[in-house]
Every structure is written in structure tokens, then in C-alpha cells.
Design a binder for this molecule. Structure first.
Ligand SMILES: [Ca+2]
Length: 625
């Protein structure tokens, strides 16, 4: 087809039909499920028995084929068989992949006098995704419950306690999170030289692990159900612990093994512990029905087994020098978050602001004070900058530099200057935020520690009302965009590059005088803003470090849904052969209560740059004939 550029009025001839290509592709998915279950239930006096036995097989396969040919007689005949060109067609497709699962399972129920309830489950699952000798996993689970209110000694309390049940369970379940062929090695083509010529060869891309087996999650649960006043008030409380064992991961491997990917292994264990509580009150007063329910949950996750324990600290090497050593690179996956044993999963792992005492020198008046410098890390005054200068100029007895600030030198717009940050020397080696040894565990992640909700609903003479509040707390999001500006232009003049308002929150001092007058002190310049919460605006100079002051509490509570409706009396609507007619208005995400500075604490990513969950207002009519 020809194309025209309307701006220049030029015509671009399209592809000639003899050069046009046509293709056909087929992808075939196939799956079969076979299931067979037998059920048996029997009651002997006070004893109730139930038995279920079953087996299930599942097979899945994909394969695809595609081909392209060139040369059409005419654009109106795009069928694959109509292509005329005698060139060999290009052929491709989807590689054939398949997997299968076979399961055998059984369940046994037993109840005595409807008071003592037991259940045992047994599963044996086999999956083609694991090594030939480790395909099968056995997963039992048991649960028991005691309906205390059915006991004779509870007889007199039944007016108040309508239900009281104690529950306990323990069980294991298998997860197939592995890819279809994860236990096998992968090979790739590679050229090698032999006798001065290049030959095609084959090399291992990824090491096999024939021991790859099921990931199993083991859960323990203890719960209590309580119903009061004919179940008008109910409480459900649960404590749980769930440990996922054998989570698949690829360990760090030594370079001596060569340039290959590590095998996938069942290395890591993760534990979730928590409590869940839900309360509900429901009642009716004449025509007025209402119910209030609230829920609360606390969860703590911890990586209990990964690549080994983190060990780091000061030691003395063979030459008698004090050195800081860490095995962090071997046992952890980290950047601004970290996965390592004994810590929450993806814990924020950040630098901290330096907290100085404001001094420049120690008592001798010549040696810089390593604990001196700006009190909140930001170089705000001449005194602060003089400390940085004294630290960088200081040399030890052998003439070596002792202190370092993330490899930065002093300089406006491109180094340590007014409005820039000093990061804490956490490990005490004199290098302030220079390397990862100064990162700190924050005990915080984007996973909420607490979740809660509240629902209220009411109905009166055809009018109905409901609302749902939900929220999370104890989660933190890292967003640098708010307090650290990466503008491309260097320097900043008030009112020229950014709005005047920015002056109130970003550090500002005279860019010319501060660079030219050695006696200039922002602390005595009435036009400077030295108490700003955020660093100066300017181009990124490399001194910035992801730090804890850019970590924000994303706790929130939201009015997720509010609905008001009115159902017309049936005596009216039935005249029009309508059995039910309800008009309603519904509001989603109407209100968010949070201190989080981003757009929406609930959304993924930093919560600052991605698209938020929308607010929706809708109305409608439900008619049932
Ligand atoms: Ca350090």
C-alpha cells in the first residue's frame, strides 16, 4: 500500500505485491484430565465416618508451527498457498513443551457425638517437572475440632454462648513452582577452534540438578470460633504459622565453575506467622436490620533459610591490619532491598543520613572530628562545608587520606556542596556511604504487617446502605523522586527553572557567591533557604545514595465502597410485571486516609510514578421480571 506524507505531499510507494510476505501460524495446546473419586459415609450410633479416595491425572502440551512465504499475485490474495515465489519459505514455531502430574489422595472424617471432629488427608503427587528419582511428594494433613458448646457442662450457658469451637490443624501441601524442565541442564551452541579452524560446538548453559524436588508448604493453625446471643455476635480468631520449604532458587556459584548458570535448587525456606481476627455483630430492630463486621490481621514473614548466614564485622588480617569483612555477596541478593536469612523478604536495605555533632575539629583544634559535621546529614552552612573540607584534607602519619564521601570531591553542581547530603559511616571505616558496607537493615518492606477492614450494612423499609473500609499498615515504599530532583540543567536560579514554591522545600543558597566568595556563609544570607527538608535542585552528580529518609510509610485506610439503594415496594412494581426494582448509587475508592506522599499507597511500584487506582462513581437500576 502506498503512503503519503501530508506535510511534504510526498508519495512513498508501498511494498510491491511480488515483495509482500504472507504467513500462517498454528499453536496447539492440549490438555487431558482424568479424575476418579469414591465416597463412603456411614453412621454407627454416635460415630460418623466418611472416607474419600481418589486419583487424578493431568497432562499438558504445547507445540506450534509457523511459516512465511514471499511473493503475492495481488494484495487481495493473501492466502499462504497463493504465494508464488519459489524461494524456500521461512519456517519457525513454538517449541514442543509438555508436563504431567499424577495424584493419589484420600480423606478420612470422623465425628463423635458431633462434638469431636477429626479429619485426615493424604496426598501423593508425582510431577514430570522434577528429577526422575524425586518426582513424588507425600503431603499429609490433619485437623481436629472440639465443639465445646455441645458438651453437657455448657448446657446452662447456651442462652449466651450459642457456639464455641476450638480448631487445630497441621498439614503439608506441595507446590510446583518449577519450570517444565528446570531439573535438566540446558545446552547452547558455541564455536571452538581446532587445528586453526573454527568448528561448531555445544556447551552447557545451565547445570542440571536431578535432585530437584517439590516445594512444600507446612501450615499450623489454631483457631477459636465464638458465637454469642444466638450468633448475633461472632468472633473468629486464628493463629497460624506457614513455612514454605524448598523454595527454588539459583545459588551464587564460583567463577572457577565457568561461565554457566547455577542449577535451580530447593534452597530457601520462608516462614509466615500471624494472627487473624474477625468480629461481626448483626441484629434486627423491627424493620431496621444492620450488621457491623471488622477484621484485623498481623503477619510477619522471615527468610529462614537461603544461601547461608550473613557474617560481617571487623577482624585482623595476617599482616595485623584491621579489616572489615563480609560474606554478603555470597549469602544475599541485594540492591536497595535484600533477601538474606533471618530478615523479612525484600527488606529495604538503604544508606542513612550522617548525624554529626556540628563540630569541625576535635579538642586539639587540628584533627577533624569524624563524628562532627551536619546534624542531619545535609551540608547547610559554611561550618558544615568546612568540616567536609577538613575531613578530605586530613592525612594520617603515612600521608594517606583517611576519610571519603562516596568518592566525591568538593565542588558546586558536581560534588559535595551546599544542599548535598553526607551519608553515615555505619561500619566505621572512615568511608561515608562509599560502599555497601554502610547500608542498614531497616526492618521494613513493601509487604504490609497489618491489614484491617470494616464493613457496615443496614436496611430499612426498602432503603439499603453499605460501606466497606479497608487498609494496610506497616509497609514502606522507597521513593526518591520526592526529595531528590534529577533535573538535567545544572544549577538552579529561583524563578527561572522551577516554580518559586519549590524554594520553600528545596535547599537554596546563592549559586554565584557560594562559588566565588570564600567567606560566603548561607547561614547569614537572608535570601538562602538553609532549613529546607530536601536537597538542592540540580543535576544528579553521583553523590546521592538511596537512603532511609526517602522511605515513606504507606499505611492507609480507604473507603473502598459505599452504596445506597432503594427497592420500590412490590405492590407498586408488580402492576408492571416487575418482581423487583432497585435503584442504586455506588462509589468506589471515595476516600483515602494516609500520610503517604505518593499518588496512591496501594498501587504497585514506587506509588509515585505509576497510574493510580481510579475513583469510580456509578448509578444504576436493577430490574428482575
Ligand atoms: Ca563505611
Amino acid at each position: 500500500m502506498d503512503k503519503i506524507n501530508f506535510r511534504t505531499n510526498e508519495l512513498y510507494p508501498g511494498t510491491a505485491s511480488s515483495q509482500a510476505t504472507t504467513s500462517r501460524a498454528t499453536t496447539r495446546y492440549q490438555n487431558h484430565t482424568t479424575a476418579l473419586t469414591v465416597n463412603y459415609n456411614k453412621t454407627f450410633g454416635d460415630h460418623d465416618f466418611g472416607l474419600l479416595l481418589g486419583t487424578e491425572q493431568y497432562y499438558w502440551q504445547v507445540k506450534g508451527f509457523s511459516a512465511t512465504r514471499t511473493g503475492l499475485l495481488d494484495m487481495s490474495l493473501p492466502d499462504f498457498t497463493a504465494a508464488t515465489d519459489q524461494q524456500i519459505p521461512t519456517v519457525g514455531g513454538t517449541a514442543k513443551q509438555e508436563y504431567g502430574v499424577i495424584s493419589y489422595f484420600g480423606r478420612l472424617n470422623y465425628a463423635y457425638k458431633n462434638r469431636y471432629l477429626f479429619e485426615a488427608n493424604f496426598r501423593r503427587d508425582g510431577s514430570s517437572r522434577f528429577g526422575p528419582d524425586h518426582r513424588w511428594g507425600t503431603f499429609p494433613s490433619f485437623s481436629a475440632a472440639w465443639r465445646i458448646n455441645e458438651e453437657a457442662f455448657m448446657e446452662n450457658t447456651r442462652d449466651i454462648i450459642s457456639n464455641l469451637k476450638l480448631r487445630a490443624s497441621w498439614g503439608q501441601l506441595g507446590n510446583t513452582t518449577s519450570g517444565y524442565y528446570e531439573w535438566q541442564a540446558t545446552y547452547g551452541g558455541v564455536n571452538y577452534s581446532f587445528g586453526g579452524d573454527v568448528y561448531d560446538g555445544l556447551r552447557i548453559g545451565k547445570i542440571a540438578n536431578p535432585y530437584l524436588h517439590w516445594e512444600a508448604s507446612e501450615s499450623t493453625n489454631i483457631g477459636l470460633d465464638l458465637g454469642l446471643l444466638n450468633n448475633r455476635f461472632t468472633i473468629e480468631a486464628d493463629w497460624y504459622q506457614r513455612t514454605t520449604k524448598g523454595i527454588l532458587a539459583s545459588p551464587s556459584i564460583y567463577l572457577t565453575i565457568g561461565n554457566v548458570s547455577a542449577p535451580t535448587t530447593n534452597t530457601s525456606n520462608m516462614r509466615n506467622r500471624g494472627i487473624e481476627l474477625s468480629l461481626r455483630w448483626t441484629d434486627k430492630i423491627k424493620d431496621f436490620e444492620y450488621s457491623i463486621s471488622a477484621n484485623f490481621a498481623y503477619n510477619h514473614n522471615e527468610v529462614v533459610k537461603y544461601k547461608g548466614k550473613l557474617e560481617q564485622g571487623w577482624t585482623t588480617d595476617e599482616n595485623g591490619n584491621r579489616v572489615y569483612v563480609t560474606n554478603r555477596g555470597d549469602v544475599a541478593d541485594y540492591g536497595n532491598t535484600i533477601v538474606v536469612e533471618d530478615h523479612i523478604y525484600n527488606e529495604h536495605y538503604l544508606f542513612e543520613r550522617h548525624k554529626g555533632n556540628g563540630n569541625i575539629y576535635l579538642a586539639d583544634g587540628v584533627t577533624p572530628d569524624p563524628n562532627g559535621g551536619p546534624r542531619d546529614g545535609m551540608i547547610r552552612t559554611k561550618q558544615d562545608l568546612d568540616w567536609v573540607r577538613a575531613m578530605l584534607n586530613y592525612r594520617d602519619a603515612s600521608g594517606n587520606r583517611v576519610y571519603d564521601f562516596n568518592n566525591q570531591s568538593i565542588g558546586q553542581g558536581n560534588g559535595l556542596w551546599y544542599g548535598e547530603m553526607i551519608y553515615a559511616d555505619v561500619n566505621g571505616d572512615g568511608m561515608y556511604g562509599t560502599n555497601d558496607d554502610d547500608r542498614v537493615f531497616t526492618g521494613k518492606s513493601t509487604t504490609p504487617k497489618y491489614t484491617y477492614g470494616l464493613s457496615i450494612s443496614a436496611a430499612w423499609k426498602g432503603i439499603d446502605f453499605s460501606m466497606t473500609w479497608a487498609g494496610n499498615a506497616g509497609m514502606y515504599r522507597y521513593i526518591y523522586e520526592r526529595g531528590f530532583n534529577q533535573m538535567s540543567s545544572s544549577g538552579w536560579q529561583e524563578g527561572t527553572i522551577v516554580a518559586r514554591d519549590a524554594r520553600n522545600i528545596f535547599y537554596y543558597c546563592d549559586p554565584v557567591l557560594s562559588a566565588t566568595d570564600p567567606n560566603y556563609d548561607p547561614a547569614t544570607d537572608p535570601n538562602a533557604n538553609i532549613d529546607a527538608p530536601y536537597m538542592r535542585i540540580g543535576n544528579e552528580n553521583g553523590a546521592h545514595r538511596a537512603n532511609t529518609s526517602e522511605l515513606y510509610n504507606a499505611s492507609y485506610i480507604k473507603l473502598k465502597n459505599l452504596q445506597i439503594g432503594y427497592t420500590l415496594p412490590k405492590t407498586w412494581t408488580q402492576r408492571f410485571y416487575v418482581s423487583n426494582l432497585r435503584v442504586f448509587a455506588s462509589f468506589e475508592n471515595l476516600l483515602t486516609i494516609t500520610n503517604f506522599p505518593g499518588v496512591d499507597p496501594e498501587m504497585s511500584g514506587s506509588g509515585f510514578t505509576s497510574y493510580p487506582i481510579p475513583r469510580m462513581i456509578s448509578g444504576g437500576v436493577n430490574i428482575t421480571f
